[in-house]
Design a binder for this molecule. Structure first.
Ligand SMILES: NC(=O)c1ccc[n+]([C@@H]2O[C@H](COP(=O)([O-])OP(=O)(O)OC[C@H]3O[C@@H](n4cnc5c(N)ncnc54)[C@H](OP(=O)(O)O)[C@@H]3O)[C@@H](O)[C@H]2O)c1
Length: 331
């Protein structure tokens, strides 16, 4: 590999009209600056990638970037002595496909301060089945535990359960000794969710919790990927001193609630922002993901593996809310 090596990249032109994204050839010296050049082995598809790749959400803060908020591969050159050729590393979030070129390319250039040595216990492929989705699910549990969530308090419910964050959250909660319940719009996938560890599956379409500020409390905690009415409803049905980790907005960004769950039941609403997580916490979470929180069903959760040329239909399926589990991108 030299600076003039050319390679394929899924490049997004965010300011062009119409919005344009697709495979182009580029050179290593055209990549965003950084200390560590890697040959990409895998990336993955997250909801944010689908928004960025289609222009349905404003994700890029630069006019043109390679897509892909996750990346894992082999170091081919480094100006930081911490990394040497052949090292296996990963990076999730940290500006990828937002302020700098992401993982949908044969090469990526990373900032060493955000480059994570592949955790013991994971392969590069497994690290990308996890990717931002697994990291976010684990960060949710981490923050809930820091705020007193324990298995003894009772079951934790996961919304958007069949999605990437959701399916991994079910598996990780179960690994960590919690009883996980699933709320999903996909009745046809209830058996899969039970196979991942869910002890109860509830159809999203049949949910009705009442409209009082406090309703009968069902769960000790929640990991919410959906936002909107779902999150509003959750605030009314979480048990005293339970935590709700707010991860996503697959349905809506709005939240209508009252202070009653917070001041009468002591419920906590925890914000989960994976992209900007501090390095020390990142390291801790990746260590968990390779050991005591490593999902038992990564192979089952990795439902699809595609190349750069097949990203567009994956984005569409995801934005329609129709995907199950995780899609890997193999370079
Ligand atoms: N905070 C962070 O750092 C962070 C990190 C990663 C992701 N996220 C967010 O978390 C959410 C999930 O991400 P993901 O990558 O797991 O996406 P995903 O794989 O597409 O999963 C989203 C799931 O949400 C449910 N859903 C979709 N549309 C819905 C609707 N209109 N109403 C209710 N439920 C709906 C579906 O599950 P069911 O059919 O099973 O209900 C869908 O599979 C996204 O909003 C994403 O932006 C946030």
């Amino acid at each position: 590999m030299s600076d003039s090596t050319t390679f394929p990249a899924f490049r997004i032109h965010a300011t062009e009209k119409p919005y344009r994204a697709g495979i182009e050839q580029m050179r290593v010296d055209e990549l965003s600056p950084g200390e560590v050049v890697i040959k990409v082995a895998y990336s993955s598809v997250n909801y944010k990638d689908a928004l960025a790749g289609t222009g349905k959400g404003k994700i890029l803060r630069e006019p043109v970037l390679n897509g892909g908020i996750d990346v894992a591969g082999y170091v081919v050159a480094s100006t930081d002595a911490q990394f040497k050729e052949g090292d296996q590393v990963l990076c999730t979030g940290c500006g990828l496909s937002e302020t700098r070129d992401g993982g949908y390319a044969a090469y990526a250039r990373l900032e060493s301060k955000w480059t994570i040595p592949l955790p013991t216990g994971l392969t590069l492929r497994e690290s990308m089945v996890l990717g931002t989705a697994g990291f976010t699910a684990a960060l949710s549990l981490y923050r809930m535990q820091q705020n007193g969530q324990s298995p003894e308090l009772g079951p934790v419910v996961v919304t958007g359960a069949s999605g990437g964050v959701g399916s991994l959250a079910i598996d990780i909660l179960t690994r960590a000794g919690f009883e996980a319940h699933a709320i999903s719009g996909k009745i046809e996938h209830f058996d899969d969710l039970i196979a991942l560890g869910a002890k109860q599956c509830i159809s999203r379409k049949d949910l009705y919790w009442g409209q009082r500020p406090l309703e009968n409390a069902h769960w000790a905690g929640a990991i919410d990927n959906v936002g909107g009415d779902m999150l509003s409803g959750l605030t009314r049905v979480i048990k005293p001193y339970g935590n709700i980790a707010s991860c996503g907005l697959a349905a809506a960004p709005e939240l209508q609630t009252t202070v009653m769950p917070f001041i009468i039941r002591g419920v906590s609403l925890l914000g989960i922002a994976s992209a900007g997580t501090a390095r020390a916490i990142r390291d801790e979470i990746w260590a968990h993901l390779g050991s005591d929180w490593k999902p038992s069903h990564l192979q089952r959760i990795a439902t699809r593996e595609v190349g750069l040329d097949a990203l567009a239909p994956v984005f569409d399926t995801m934005l329609a809310g129709d995907s199950f589990g995780r899609t890997l991108v193999k370079l």
